[in-house]
Design a protein around this ligand. Structure first.
Ligand SMILES: [Zn+2]
Length: 280
């Protein structure tokens, strides 16, 4: 009797937490199942699950800033992004790109192929090759599953204490809540430096393959380097990424021997200016 009562109280609380977070529980539950299965044997999260996890995270993360209400700008960034993604090892993901109406300088990717860039960062760019470099970096995070792997690792730790309640029922809102807050925390804290350096290296290769001057990303990093690190517009970017100078140092080792040959490829500064009118 006591046990039944406990179960009823527990499920009641779980329902309230679910309503409060308004998360599409189905998808997060799949993620929990995946994490649980990982405890037994290492199972890869499949592509469908990856896309679902990304959709949940995107919904959570985008709440803070709306998309820019400019269909032409959104179309342009999507066409550049999809073209670069088509040069990657995962061309068939449902790639989509969104410009967030935020003055800060930032860009981020969620698993499954959704990528956001802020209007503040676009405002500082001079060419399509720079945009291609930044999108190439974010596309690399998705292709290399950097966030997905961090979520997999973190979910196992975060859910360890819930093993008992997980056994009661798969649809555990408290566990959902932990996963969502873990996801948010991961985006506030950033990935490992090694993942960021890898995304830079792979991103410039994608930009080069897509026909752009691969020096677009280094050019953006130079712009970032010139901004005072105390400036609130770059606070999150600087907190979640290695210092621009370190990224440039790492990249130059890669660029000089292999990518210099592509540096005569166009940067499409004119097209960028024609498509994108900075908000002044
Ligand atoms: Zn990154």
């Amino acid at each position: 009797m006591n046990r039944l009562l406990t179960l009823v109280v527990f499920l009641g609380a779980a329902g309230a937490a679910q309503a409060q977070f308004r998360m599409p529980n189905l998808d997060v539950n799949r993620m929990i199942d995946s994490a649980k299965n990982l405890g037994k044997a290492t199972r890869e999260i499949n592509q469908e699950e990856e896309i679902a996890i990304g959709r949940d995270l995107a919904a959570t993360l985008v709440g803070a800033a709306p998309l820019v209400a400019d269909p032409r700008m959104q179309r342009y960034v999507n066409s550049v992004g999809r073209w670069i993604a088509s040069q990657s090892e995962r061309p068939d993901l449902p790639w989509q790109f969104g410009v967030l109406d935020a003055p800060q300088l930032n860009a981020f990717a969620v698993p499954g192929g959704t990528i956001f860039i802020t209007r503040g960062l676009l405002d500082r760019m001079q060419s399509e090759a720079e945009l291609a470099g930044v999108l190439g970096h974010e596309i690399s995070h998705v292709v290399k599953k950097h966030h997905l792997k961090a979520i997999q690792k973190g979910a196992m730790t975060a859910l360890a204490g819930d093993a008992l309640s997980m056994a009661v029922q798969n649809k555990n809102a408290a566990a959902n809540e932990k996963l969502v807050s873990f996801g948010k925390e991961m985006y506030a804290r950033g990935l490992d430096k090694g993942d960021e350096f890898e995304a830079d290296r792979v991103g410039v290769v994608y930009a080069a393959r897509a026909g752009y001057d691969p020096y677009g990303l280094p050019s953006v990093l130079q712009t970032l380097q010139a901004i005072n690190a105390q400036d609130s517009a770059v606070a999150l970017m600087f907190k979640t990424h290695p210092a621009p100078g370190d990224r440039l140092d790492q990249l130059s080792e890669k660029m000089q021997p292999t990518l210099d040959a592509y540096s005569s490829q166009p940067n499409l500064a004119d097209r960028f200016r024609a498509e994108f009118k900075p908000a002044k």
